[in-house]
Structures are given as structure tokens and as C-alpha cells.
Design a protein around this ligand. Structure first.
Ligand code: NVA
Length: 329
């Protein structure tokens, strides 16, 4: 493809032979070095939001949503505009991807219109099929399995607060089997964090995910463990994280979940068992009085609004990282 590349010249990106189309489908698509570089770039873009224009043209980024969204749509649309591009919203229900026509055919069509495809959908396999057939980079804007853009924003936020990532301890309380639990395992291990996942019985991440994270952590000095006791999980933690107990698509399970998740609520008392300077995180939307107390999420050590803002900076960095490979030509 013949894309304008001159505006990339101002970015600190080393040039070399092109390796192929990059995608960001799950957290471990970024190696530890890639992740560190994307986070550095995100910090640079936060300092100077209008200086880099890798989407100048404007080149189009397709954003497709099969599930509800606020932060993801807003932060991608704003970030794409800041990069000089055009955000094209594709209504997942109207498109009927996989119903009206196959994922493969949608990928082939959108790949002829857009330079990047950003998709929020259900099964990870749908995203993989999109990446296989689009011919352009594909970004996971949340699936049932992963939420990697959120994790980059969260890591950027922790780094801003603590000055570093490697060696810090993060306790994730709640549905460890959901996208956020899996993404904390993989992205946290990649960053060299000590990740503790604390969930009720039946809601822990799968063994394969924990093993994958532990294998990454072996190379970064981090760790990835399950700790069923929420008090043991938060003891000495630098960061306490939670998420809704009922992810999108799980609404039918609200009643049984409400029965077992109570002890994993980030109450003010439980948060006080973490380090005195621990920060509280939540990807939002939040349900005060359920997975987190209002006193915590609205308190002085909550960083949730920084997380929400940092979605834009982190995603701009991901788009830049994806495009640098496309634009090698
Ligand atoms: N686990 C949540 C994350 C929302 C951003 C969900 O999938 O609904």
C-alpha cells in the first residue's frame, strides 16, 4: 500500500526490513521490549498529543463494536483524530458480522477501506479470523478473553504513579476468568509485575493462562499466582484492581455471581490491608457497593480517571507501533 510516511520521521522508531503485518490481539503480542517501547511512546504522545501524525492523509481506522462501549469508542476516536486520521464507526449490529456475512469476507472488505481495524467482539477466534483475512493491522478493543488496550493504559497509569513497573505487586480481585483477569496475567507478567489473582471458586483464570503468564514472568522477574484468599492477595500489594463481577455477555449469571463474589469486594477495610500508599484501579464501568466501595473508587488513592484518560495515549502508541511496520513498505 502507498501510505504517506514522512510524518513518521519525527518519531523515535528505528527503521529496518519489514517483517509483516502486526496485530494487537492479546497482551502477549507485545514482547517485554515492545511493551516498554509502546509505553514510552504513550508517555511521549501524552506530553505532545498533536506532534505525531502517522495517520495523516487522513487514513481511516475502522472501529467496530459488537458490545457496548463508552471509553473505548471515545478514546479511539479522539486518538485517531489526534494522529491525523479518520475514525470510521461501523455498527456491529448493522453489519451482522458472522451472520449476514462471514468474518473473513468482512475482513477482506474493511481491509480495502481502512488502514487499521479496531474491533470489540465476543470470541477471540472472531478477532483472529479478522486478522487472518484483513491484510491490515487488527486491534483487540475487548473480547471475552482479553482487554489488552486497557492493560496498556493501566500500566502507563501505574508507571506514572510509582515511577516503575518491574517488581511491584498487583492484586486483582473478582472475576479472574474474565478478559481483565487474563489480560492482567499476561500484560502484568510482561511488565515484570507480581500478579496475584483472587477469585471465588469457579471464577479463577484457566491453568493454561496462568502457565503462559508464569512462563513470561520467568523472563521478566515477575510472577503470576492464584490466591483464593482476598486478604492474603491484598497484603503488601502496591496496586489493588477490580472489575465488574458481571462482564458484558454474562448478564444471565448475575444472581449466582452475587452469591459468591461478596468477599472479593474492594471495601475500604480490605483496601486498608494493602500498602499504605497502594492505589486502587478499575477499568470502569464500576458498580459502587458491589465490586468496590464508593469510599475507595472516589477516594484519594483511586486512579480510575487517569486510567480512562490514558486509554487514548496508550492506544495512539499501539496504532503507531502497528503502522510503523506497515509503512516500512
Ligand atoms: N470485564 C468487563 C470489562 C469492561 C470494560 C466486561 O467485559 O464487561
Amino acid at each position: 500500500m502507498n501510505h504517506p510516511t514522512a510524518s513518521l520521521a519525527s518519531l523515535p522508531i528505528p527503521r529496518g526490513p519489514r517483517k509483516g503485518t502486526r496485530h494487537f490481539l492479546r497482551d502477549d503480542d507485545l514482547s517485554p521490549a515492545d511493551q516498554a517501547r509502546v509505553l514510552d511512546l504513550a508517555a511521549d504522545l501524552k506530553r505532545a498529543p498533536y506532534d505525531a501524525k502517522p495517520l495523516a492523509g487522513p487514513r481511516t481506522v475502522a472501529m467496530i463494536f459488537d458490545k457496548q462501549t463508552l471509553r473505548t469508542q471515545a478514546s479511539f476516536a479522539a486518538g485517531i483524530a489526534e494522529l491525523g486520521g479518520h475514525p470510521m464507526l461501523v455498527d456491529g449490529a448493522l453489519a451482522g458480522i458472522g451472520v449476514r456475512e462471514s468474518v473473513d469476507d468482512v475482513a477482506r472488505v474493511l481491509g480495502r477501506q481502512a488502514s487499521v481495524i479496531v474491533w470489540r467482539t465476543f470470541e477471540q477466534s472472531r478477532l483472529e479470523a479478522m486478522a487472518e483475512h484483513s491484510g491490515v493491522p487488527v486491534v483487540n478493543a475487548l473480547t471475552d478473553e482479553f482487554h489488552p488496550c486497557q492493560l496498556l493504559a493501566d500500566l502507563l497509569t501505574i508507571r506514572e504513579q510509582k515511577g516503575e513497573l518491574a517488581g511491584l505487586t498487583v492484586a486483582f480481585l473478582g472475576d479472574g476468568a474474565c478478559n481483565m483477569g487474563n489480560s492482567w496475567l499476561l500484560a502484568g507478567a510482561t511488565a515484570g509485575l507480581h500478579v496475584r489473582i483472587s477469585s471465588p471458586e469457579g471464577y479463577a483464570p484457566g491453568a493454561a493462562m496462568v502457565d503462559a503468564a508464569a512462563a513470561i514472568a520467568a523472563g521478566t522477574g515477575g510472577s503470576a499466582v492464584l490466591e483464593a484468599d482476598p486478604h492474603a492477595a491484598v497484603a503488601g500489594a502496591d496496586v489493588v484492581v477490580t472489575d465488574t463481577w458481571i462482564s458484558m455477555g454474562k448478564e444471565d449469571e448475575a444472581a449466582p455471581r452475587a452469591q459468591v463474589f461478596g468477599p472479593y469486594s474492594v471495601s475500604a477495610a480490605l483496601f486498608a490491608e494493602a500498602k499504605p500508599d497502594a492505589i486502587a484501579m478499575h477499568c470502569l464501568p464500576a458498580y459502587r457497593g458491589k465490586e468496590i466501595d464508593a469510599e475507595v473508587i472516589d477516594g484519594p488513592r483511586s486512579v480510575v480517571w487517569d486510567e480512562a484518560e490514558n486509554r487514548r495515549h496508550a492506544q495512539k502508541a499501539v496504532l503507531t507501533w502497528l503502522l510503523e511496520e506497515e509503512d516500512r513498505g
